[in-house]
Design a protein around this ligand. Structure first.
Ligand SMILES: Nc1nc2c(c(=O)[nH]1)N[C@H]1C(S)=C(S)[C@@H](COP(=O)(O)O)O[C@H]1N2
Ligand SMILES: [Mo]
Length: 324
């Protein structure tokens, strides 16, 4: 057993226009750690289960990858969501995401890799053991949560597809199915579906990147991006793409959904940065949910959302005002 010092980000840290306002305007105008070592102890944890909706999952807690800040209550995590495929209201995903079927689910892997193909989700998950990581999630709209995710390291999954040397970026895509996703049927939607995201390969391979299949010990609720979604805690929430059906390794930087909608407001990198304001609001502070009128629960936003120790090196020498 080896003991690693707990990284700094694991310690407790000492008038906003939502993204939808932009759309509305447009609509108007246009009409590792001790426990980690335990992973190798046989019998400690069973192999990954299939994500059956609502079922409890076996997992290994990862205190070295977890904050001990107070967790946001399950109710807020599952009823205050952004998932525009089901509507732009915060309550719409909880109301309508059960119109989506997540079983069976497959993911197409393509591009610059040795193992392209169409994979059943269980085949992607099978070789891995589930971990629980309690991460902060900071939305670009200046609210935040603390969520206990269950899932597998993104790097471990991507590695299995054997990306080659031409793979400089990885692209992700959400399900496109207007029959199941009422937001995609909306005449007012300015999003060019499907929702698309991407990362530089070295960002994707960072130890913090996580593919979540559950939260609070159970299979992922649909509104949070069932059956599998990305979690990138040092970036604004919109990078953490939900309900993934495609992964592509590519040489060129992919276009991403929010960048395409409003490039002057949402960049490709989207690293949490209190020093770079959104053109229409400050990013210096955030409302930690639950947040009410009388107790808005404002707190300071930290650079890279408090995960600088793990990720700052990825952006060394880059002007983060330019590459926001
Ligand atoms: N496909 C898809 N993924 C998405 C979104 C979306 O609208 N569609 N919203 C993003 C935004 S803006 C945020 S803040 C997070 C919210 O995740 P949560 O609802 O699980 O808290 O999901 C991100 N992933
Ligand atoms: Mo967000």
């Amino acid at each position: 057993m080896f003991i690693k010092k707990r990284p700094s980000w694991a310690l407790p840290s000492c008038e906003i226009t939502p993204e939808s306002a932009y759309l509305n305007r447009r609509q108007f105008m246009s009409g590792t750690i001790a426990v980690a070592a335990g992973l190798s102890i046989p019998g400690l944890v069973s192999a990954a289960q299939l994500p059956v909706p609502g079922e409890a999952l076996d997992f290994v807690a990862m205190p070295g990858y977890s904050t001990d800040e107070e967790k946001t209550p399950l109710e807020d995590v599952t009823q205050y969501n952004n998932f525009y495929e089901f509507g732009t209201g915060k309550g719409d995903p909880a109301r309508y995401a059960n119109e989506m079927t997540v079983d069976p689910w497959s993911v197409v892997v393509e591009g610059e890799c040795g193992r392209p193909g169409k994979y059943a989700l269980e085949d992607i998950l099978k070789p891995h053991e589930y971990q629980e990581r309690v991460y902060r999630l900071r939305c670009v709209e200046a609210w935040s949560m603390v969520i206990p995710w269950i899932g597998v390291p993104l790097a471990d999954v991507l590695q299995k597809f054997e990306p080659n040397l031409r793979a400089r970026y990885v692209y992700f895509e959400t399900l496109y199915d207007p029959d199941q996703m009422r937001g995609q049927r909306s005449l007012f939607s300015t999003i060019d579906w499907p929702y698309q995201e991407g990362l530089r390969m070295d960002e994707a391979m960072n130890e913090l990147g996580f593919l979540a299949v559950g939260l609070y010990g159970k299979t992922m609720p649909n509104q949070n991006g069932a059956p599998i979604r990305l979690v990138l805690p040092w970036k604004y929430g919109f990078k953490s793409i939900k309900s993934i059906v495609k992964i592509r390794f590519q040489e060129q930087r992919p276009k991403t959904t929010w960048e395409m909608i409003a490039p002057q407001e949402y960049g490709f990198y989207a690293n949490v940065n209190p020093e770079v304001d959104h053109p229409r609001w400050s990013q210096k502070r955030e409302r930690r949910l639950p947040s009410g009128l009388l107790s808005p629960n404002w707190m300071e936003t930290e650079k890279f959302n408090g995960y600088a120790e793990q990720v700052a090196h990825l952006y060394k020498g880059m002007d983060l005002r330019k590459y926001y």
